[in-house]
Design a protein. Structure first.
Length: 165
């Protein structure tokens, strides 16, 4: 994991970028990607954005990845080089403590938007049901992130599940 100087001094680590579907390993991706923006232009959902250093990253602030593979087809330098359209990404949703259901307010927006039914709600006596992520069902598509009224859901690399913010 890379540390920016300011983040290091404040005790924070730099979060790994969420790369588009089919991305090679981070070092290979950075080496091959020419920052041509063809994948950004090809994405019908508009979730691929120009990230740190001009490299493409996923941002689920306005939509979700539909795994259409248009970005992979558009990538001429083959930094996105999956043979088939992927069915999932190596990312998982994380529900933070700021979720309004944890504050006793009934909300199920994330579960309603999740196309893979990866978010279920545990009923509670005398209170709002709490959301629970079923990690093996989560595809990392980001459909749950934008509609969350509290901004409590973030998608992060699955191995950083506890530290994604």
């Amino acid at each position: 994991m890379t540390l920016a100087r300011r983040a290091f001094l404040r005790g924070r680590t730099l979060q790994q970028a969420l790369r588009p579907p089919g991305a090679l390993s981070e070092s290979e991706f950075i080496e091959r990607c020419t920052r041509c923006d063809d994948c950004l232009k090809a994405c019908p959902s508009g979730v691929i954005v120009r990230g740190h250093g001009g490299f493409p990253e996923l941002s689920f602030k306005s939509g979700e990845c539909t795994f259409c593979a248009e970005c992979i087809k558009a990538c001429r330098p083959a930094a996105l080089a999956s043979q088939d359209a992927p069915a999932s990404l190596p990312y998982r949703a994380r529900i933070a403590d700021s979720c309004i259901a944890f504050q006793g307010i009934e909300c199920r927006v994330c579960g309603e938007r999740c196309p893979s039914a990866a978010i279920r709600f545990r009923p509670r006596v005398g209170g709002a049901a709490f959301p629970e992520l079923i990690a093996d069902r989560c595809t990392g598509c980001g459909a749950c992130e934008a509609p969350c009224p509290a901004g409590a859901i973030s998608v992060c690399p699955s191995m950083e599940q506890s530290t994604c913010e």
